[in-house]
Write a protein that binds this ligand. Sequence first.
Ligand SMILES: [Zn+2]
Length: 221
Amino acid sequence: MTQDNYESIKVGIIEKCRLLEKMGYFVGTWGNISVRVPEGFIVTPSRVQYDAIQASDFVVVSMDGNLVAGHRLPSSEAEIHRAVLNKKSSVGAIIHSHSPYATAVSCLHRPIPPFVEDLAQIIGGQINCTRYVPAGQHKRIAEEVANTIGEENAVLLANHGVMCCGRDLDEAFVASQILEKAALMMLAAGAIGPVIPILDEFVSSERHRFLYKYGTPHDAP
Ligand SMILES: [Zn+2]
């Protein structure tokens, strides 16, 4: 463990957990967050209410799955975080939530195509859905999630919820909001007909613009 115990990262995670609970994305202790650190990743502990959680409750898990620091048990879903962090080196933080609209789409076992621009920019492609794995089989869910997620920054867990990634926690938080909004829009538009995806070439160019040009003078009009 480093000198500062990652206090500021843990405080940032607590803020996001409480916000996500207020937003209805986390209910009770269902929902968890990880942030990559040099030793592995910090992850929310199992069965601690977010209104009572403290920085000292967090645990650090190594990339090969060993508990490195902390006196509590890691979230039961830490394996899923580990699998995604191991697969995607660009990811610095992950939010796993059971946000209602995205979870509703996960119950259809259907992907969410990149049909709105913010989805193309922040998520970067179609969000695929895993096959169903019964709750409690965390290693199998982790394998399924790692096999399903690609370059895009999110994945639906069938009949369960969603994982959203970002280069940092703020980006994973925005990805969670963008995905939930897209799921709501897909379900609303679905009353009239299937949504029309944006062409692949424009999804790629929007993603590239967001990653490398957004907010810089190179983002020319
Ligand atoms: Zn879950």
